[in-house]
Design a protein around this ligand. Structure first.
Ligand code: TYM
Length: 326
């Protein structure tokens, strides 16, 4: 089986954007690939965080993965900081990564404009650590949301530079795998769903919270009154219907919107029932899993043991290739 790698940061509860854009795909891909999934805690140090919360967040993210259907029997699930070779390889890759390429990264520009008081080297070098995560396991595929594609393109560029600089072909050029919902917008209907923008519907949200958030969600701005005809093509709530609802419901909502026979609230109520169907079992399963943190830790220890073997082999090979091995 070909190997793939992906990860998410332990920056708080995941939302339906993370789930639909990435995690759901990971679950399905476990059938066909040798999967390595990580909790990339070192990436999350690039923005300010509460030290006391970190342990809890790591455990919480592991529980979320498991509740979503990541199966430790079929994949390797581990915490990035436990495998030291990630940061070691990052340094080696840093020395072949052109700063010009890093300067182009939209995520860096975006995050540095939002964290003006803390534009640190880690934020800038973030994609190099991401490249190290991926190629440490010689992964050929990377399932991610659309916002990460630029980082995977850069990973390919870094691989080409490394292979050319050291006249080797030890690393394959990884390809991204995008889901059919590669970019989920937030309830503001404008920006990518993201926890930092507080426009998200969380996998931990209870029924009431989901309802409140959905009822606030922006629809076609031209549809002020129920009697105004709407345009589903510009309505974010309709784009969610296309993911969550049945064919019949989708066409009924589209027709009802265009001829103003159904209002946005009614349309959202149909969607609400489907969102609850997705979120409730995940939330409940996660709560169950979180009751046994020893089990979660065991899963992570076992995952790290398997990753450690691969990581050490790769780093030995890299040391040989770059000429530092005596
Ligand atoms: P993170 O934690 O920000 O996001 C985790 C995954 O969720 C996807 N995603 C979305 N997909 C669709 N719509 C959205 N609104 C949305 N928001 C988030 C992200 O694309 C991502 O796939 N840099 C990575 C973490 C990482 C990584 C790696 C990923 C570190 N090393 C190596 C792959 C391979 C990130 O920002 O994750």
């Amino acid at each position: 089986m070909k190997r793939l790698f992906s990860g998410a940061q332990p920056t708080g509860t995941l939302h339906i954007g993370n789930y639909l854009g990435a995690i759901k795909n990971w679950v399905d891909l476990q059938e066909k690939y040798e999967c390595v999934f990580s909790i990339v805690d070192y990436h999350s140090l690039t923005i300010n965080y509460e030290k006391e919360d970190m342990k809890k967040r790591i455990i919480d993210l592991a529980a979320t993965y498991l509740a979503c259907g990541i199966d430790p029997e079929r994949c390797k699930l581990f915490v990035q900081s436990w495998i030291k070779e990630h940061t070691e390889l990052m340094w080696i890759l840093s020395c072949v990564t052109p700063m010009g390429e890093l300067n182009r990264m939209t995520q860096f520009k975006d995050k540095s404009s939002k964290n003006v008081g803390n534009v640190n080297l880690g934020l800038y070098a973030y994609p190099v650590l991401q490249a190290a995560d991926i190629i440490l396991y010689k992964s050929e595929f990377v399932p991610v949301g659309e916002d990460q594609v630029q980082h995977i393109e850069l990973t390919r560029e870094i691989v080409r530079k490394f292979n050319a600089r050291y006249n080797t072909d030890i690393f394959p050029e990884p390809q991204e795998i995008l889901s059919s919902s590669k970019r989920i917008l937030g309830i503001d209907g404008e920006n990518k769903m993201s926890k930092s923008l507080n426009n998200h519907i969380g996998l931990d949200d209870d029924d009431k919270t989901i309802q409140q958030k959905l009822m606030q969600a922006k629809t076609d701005p031209a549809r002020v009154r129920k009697t105004d005809p709407g345009n589903p093509a510009v309505c974010n709530v309709f784009s969610w219907h296309k993911i969550f609802s049945t064919e019949n419901e989708i066409s009924e909502c589209a027709k009802g919107c265009v001829d103003a026979s159904i209002g946005c609230v009614q349309c959202k109520k149909i969607l609400l029932s489907h969102m609850k169907e997705l979120i409730t079992p995940i939330r409940e399963k996660k709560a169950q899993i979180l009751k046994d943190t020893d089990y979660i830790k065991d899963v992570l220890v076992e995952g790290a043991k398997k990753c450690d073997i691969i990581a050490k082999n790769t780093i030995n090979e890299v040391r040989e290739v770059i000429g530092v091995k005596i």
